[in-house]
Ligand binder design. Structure first.
Ligand SMILES: Cc1ncc(COP(=O)(O)O)c(C=O)c1O
Length: 386
C-alpha cells in the first residue's frame, strides 16, 4: 500500500486503509473485521443462535416486533430488492414504480425481467415524486396492486417522502414495497405509522457491516400470502423464511463470515443508540461536509430540505483547472476515497457520510479538499446555502 502523502489532512482507518466516503462498501470498525477471523459451521448450534439474534433484532428498528419478520438473502442489496419484488408481486400483479434515480430504474428492470407489469412515475434526479400525480394514476388504474419506492435514492442522496407515499398507498388500498438500502438503520422508518408490506436493505450500509448479505423485513401476514408468486427458487423469500423458521438454517450456503460481522456491527449500532444515535452521527457528518464544501466553493445538487444525511452530490466546478480524476487521486493519496457521480442531470461527484466516519474525519476530508484545490490552482468563490 503506498504511504499517504505528507499532509495535515492525511487519514487512515483503524486498520490503516484509506477512509471510504462512499455509500457502501464502506469503512467498518476493526472489531467488525476481526469477527471474521474464525470458521463457523453453518448448521452448528452456535452459528444458528447468532444468526437468529441478528434476524430477530431487525424488526425492532422499525418498531415492527411481532408483526414483521426478517428474511435474509445471500448476495448484494440488489438480490434482496429482486427477492422482495418477485416474492411479493403476484405474477398477474402490476407495480407503479416511483423513479428518481438509478435504483428506481433498476427495480423497473427487475420487474420487466420477471415479467411483471409495470407503470412508471418518473421525476428528475433532484425532484421527489409528485404525489398528486401518483394519486391520480392510482385512481385511474385499478389494476395497480403495488407501489415501489426508494427511501433515500443514493444516486443523488435525495430523501423521498416515504411516510406520505405510505399514507397515499393506504388511502388507495395499494401495497407498498420499499428499497431502504442506504437509509435503513439511520433514518427513522416507523412500521405502525408507515404501513408497508416489505422493506429491503443490507448489512453493509448504515449498519457498517461487510457486503454479502441483504435482507427483507416483511409484514408476516403479507409474506404468508405470497405462495406461488416467486419466479425463481433462490430468491423466493417465502421458501427461505419457511426453512429458516422450521430449522433455523439457510437453504443454501450462508455467508457466515458476513453474518458474524453483521452481529458485531449490530452490537455497535445498539451501543451507539440505534437509529437516533447512528442517524445523529451521520447528520452531523453531513452538516459539516456540506457546509465546508460550500465554503470551499462547491454547489450541492440538492437543497437542504431534500438532502438525506447519507451521501451528498456536488456539481463539478467549471473552473478550467479542475480535473476530476486528479481531484479524486489527490484525495485518495491523503486517505479519502470519494465517489464518482451517477447523475444524468448534471456533471457531479458524491461524498458519503456513512460508515465508521466521525466529524473529525469530515473535517480532515475538507482540509484534504482545500489542499487539493490549492495544488490544482483552482480558486472558487464560496457557494450559497440552498
Ligand atoms: C437505494 C439502493 N438500492 C439498491 C442498491 C443496490 O445494492 P447493491 O449494490 O449492494 O446490489 C443500492 C446500492 O448502493 C442502493 O443505494
Amino acid at each position: 500500500m503506498p504511504s499517504p502523502v505528507q499532509s495535515r489532512a492525511s487519514a487512515r482507518s483503524e486498520t490503516g486503509d484509506p477512509l471510504l466516503l462512499t455509500p457502501g462498501p464502506l469503512t467498518t470498525s476493526k472489531a467488525v473485521k476481526q469477527a471474521m477471523v474464525h470458521d463457523w459451521g453453518s448448521r452448528d448450534a452456535t452459528f444458528i443462535a447468532l444468526n437468529a439474534e441478528v434476524l430477530d433484532s431487525l424488526p425492532k428498528i422499525i418498531h415492527g416486533e411481532g408483526a414483521y419478520v426478517t428474511v435474509p438473502m445471500q448476495g448484494s442489496g440488489t438480490f434482496a430488492v429482486e427477492a422482495m419484488l418477485t416474492t411479493f408481486v403476484p405474477r398477474d400483479g402490476a407495480v407503479l414504480v416511483l423513479i428518481n434515480g438509478a435504483y428506481g430504474q433498476r427495480a423497473k428492470r427487475i420487474l420487466s425481467v420477471a415479467g411483471r407489469k409495470t407503470f412508471v412515475h418518473e421525476t428528475a434526479e433532484d425532484t421527489p415524486p409528485d404525489l398528486d400525480a401518483v394519486e391520480r394514476m392510482l385512481e385511474a388504474t385499478p389494476s395497480i396492486t403495488h407501489v415501489f419506492a426508494v427511501h433515500c435514492e443514493t444516486t443523488s442522496g435525495i430523501l423521498n417522502p416515504i411516510e406520505k407515499i405510505a399514507a397515499l398507498c393506504a388511502r388507495r388500498g395499494r401495497r407498498l414495497l420499499i428499497d431502504a438500502m442506504s437509509a435503513f438503520g439511520a433514518l427513522e422508518l416507523d412500521a405502525p405509522a408507515t404501513p408497508f408490506d416489505a422493506v429491503a436493505a443490507s448489512a453493509n450500509k448504515c449498519f457498517e457491516g461487510v457486503p454479502g448479505l441483504g435482507f427483507v423485513v416483511c409484514r408476516r401476514e403479507a409474506l404468508a400470502e405470497t405462495e406461488g408468486n416467486a419466479t425463481t427458487l433462490s430468491l423466493d423469500l417465502l421458501d427461505q423464511w419457511r426453512n429458516l423458521d422450521k430449522t433455523g438454517q439457510y437453504r443454501f450456503t450462508p455467508p457466515i463470515h458476513v453474518i458474524v460481522a453483521f452481529h458485531q456491527a449490530l452490537q455497535e449500532f445498539w451501543a451507539e443508540g440505534g437509529v437516533a444515535g447512528r442517524g445523529g452521527r451521520y447528520a452531523e457528518n453531513a452538516r459539516i461536509l456540506i457546509g465546508g464544501m460550500r465554503s470551499l466553493g462547491f454547489e450541492t445538487l440538492l437543497p437542504d430540505a431534500l438532502q438525506a444525511p447519507i451521501i451528498a452530490t456536488f456539481r463539478t466546478p467549471s473552473h478550467p483547472n479542475f480535473v476530476f480524476q486528479r481531484f479524486y487521486d489527490s484525495l485518495k493519496d491523503r486517505g479519502y476515497v470519494i465517489y464518482p457521480g451517477k447523475l444524468t442531470v448534471a456533471d457531479s461527484f458524491r461524498i458519503g457520510c456513512i460508515g465508521r466516519l466521525y466529524p473529525s474525519h469530515m473535517r480532515g476530508a475538507l482540509e484534504a479538499v482545500r489542499e487539493t484545490l490549492e495544488e490544482m490552482g483552482v480558486a472558487l468563490a464560496p457557494a450559497p446555502a440552498a
